[in-house]
Write a protein that binds this ligand. Sequence first.
Ligand code: WQD
Length: 339
Amino acid sequence: MAKILVTGGCGYIGSHTIVDLIENGFDPISLDNLTNSDESALEAIRQITGKTIPNYKVNLIDRNALNTVFEENPDIEGIIHFAALKAVNESVIHPLLYYSNNLKGLINLLEAALAYKVHHFIFSSSCSVYGDSDILPVTETTPLQKAQSPYAYTKQAGERIITDLATGHTHFKTILLRYFNPAGAHPTALMGESSKNIASNLVPVITETAFGKRKNITVFGTDYDTRDGSCIRDYIHVMDIAHAHTLAMKHILSHTQATTDTEIFNLGSGNGTTVIEAIKAFEKISGISLNVIFGPRREGDVVAVYADNQKARTVLGWIPKYDIDQIMQTAWNWEQKRS
Ligand code: WQD
């Protein structure tokens, strides 16, 4: 079984990916400094898969601690790198925090990968690299616009760092996975989106409002040039995102020929959903009418972004299974179970 180092393995997408890796015959280990997650995810992984996964509580900025992980696991064959800060609006307020954490961490990890001869690297990127594209749906070759937030810029810069490194190291195989809007929870409701920080993403804000943890939900802007005035996003179930990582790792482990190319894949459903439509989808599956306030636009938001996912379907054999209703249902089940 190939051992895979999953950074951010106790986080939302990382923990779901570890479950999928185990279910597909891999041997994952987690590295997570737990600043925005906790080790309860490991217990959920154990309940779902029967496997106990170790977590190295390491900050990627700490190179010595990072080296220890590789020293203790000389059989690591691949790395999936999730560990990063990811709140678009928070990055606007704290740009240096995002540049330091996300970029220094990435560079340390890449240097360690080369030093310990780990030659398969998958990077958690984001649709935010496209900026406010006027070409929709976006494909992997759609020109990147100016990043609309420091968060998005750390993803653009991260992609460039990895691409440049791969160009000079023909045996270093890299894939960039550009997630659209990950949402939903594991069907068992044993794991889901629960950051230590106050949720800013739309779907957890919806479920927290429904549960009564918030008095209302504010729609950030209804004066955009869209079908109902609110922003359009491509909500993709976290289980679909997780499985794409397993397929991507299988893909690069099976390709032995030397290459300087970095492969890029969009991980989105291919469907654009407005904020108001997302709220209505939740109300439909839950039977709960939410207290909605229509407020001003939010700094850093793009008007619309959704994916052309044909390349991931064709090259990786990826077929998204969950739709917006199942995203809302699993997110709601998780909110009720964890609260
Ligand atoms: C979605 C829409 C908000 C909350 C996400 C991830 C980021 C990256 C890119 C993967 C926007 C609106 C939200 C609320 C609202 N993905 N909204 N009221 O900003 O698209 O970024 O995708 O790496 O990590 O966070 O996601 O869920 O914050 O916002 O109206 O209370 O919902 O304005 O239009 P975003 P989001």
